[in-house]
Design a protein around this ligand. Sequence first.
Ligand SMILES: [Zn+2]
Length: 284
Amino acid sequence: MNEQAIRTVVEEVIQQLLKKDSRPNTIPMAVSARHCHLSQADLETLFGKGYELTKKVDLSQPGQFAANETVVIVGPRGSIEKVRILGPARSLTQVEVSKTDAVKLGVNPPLRESGNIAGSAPITLVGPKGSIFKNEGLIIAQAHIHMHPEDAAYFAVENGEYVRIRTEGERPVSFEKVLIRVSPRYRLEMHIDTDEANAGFIISGQAGFLVKDGEPFVKPQHVTNLPSPEQKKPKEVQFQKNLLTKRDVEAWQYEKITVHKGTMVTPLARDAARELKKTIQVMD
Ligand SMILES: [Zn+2]
């Protein structure tokens, strides 16, 4: 057998051994800590007239950023300091906390889709220049998946649909009723809060597996690997498994695959990456 044939056989054997790891139905997960979005008017009440947020770091969703500024949030039972403000300013002020945070604050916010705050829980925000009581705006964010329309086509789902996401690892969990949100402005990523992440020992960048109708989602035969459009820049989502195979490279949604130092990369995975113009970077 020549070298190429041996490689192919080795890859096949690995795929057989790791069949459950080869599904292309992975969605990168990101954990959202408590945070708030402020209207410009509320920002100025808390930080002073004409104040503008300063950027600490860009978030994965295009245009969104974490600001250097933080606020204190106060409820009837307790308060939480250093709650990160996410920018840019929005039309309505919204504070997103976990259920654990809500218990500490002594409030009972509803589970909501971001942006839907009518009739949600009241909260007080305190900034360096003032404080503000909001009659509504405190929510627990419902787990959701941001998707570009091309991702929605790939997974055969629609905006507003609910799916189930399963995780693997030491303490696997399933998320039911995960909302699909589709927009050309979105990049593929599932957002969960810290309670959900902690329950399943989940860290940002870990893969979730999309399950439809009780069966693991299988990529439709007629959909080939979608080219990365211009706006999809390389993204730092870390590959979590200890073995990177050709199938993983083909299924990966981004141009850059960051792996652990100990992750084994098969020769065919390297070939596939070269072919698909994806970069494999090893993290220390
Ligand atoms: Zn989100």
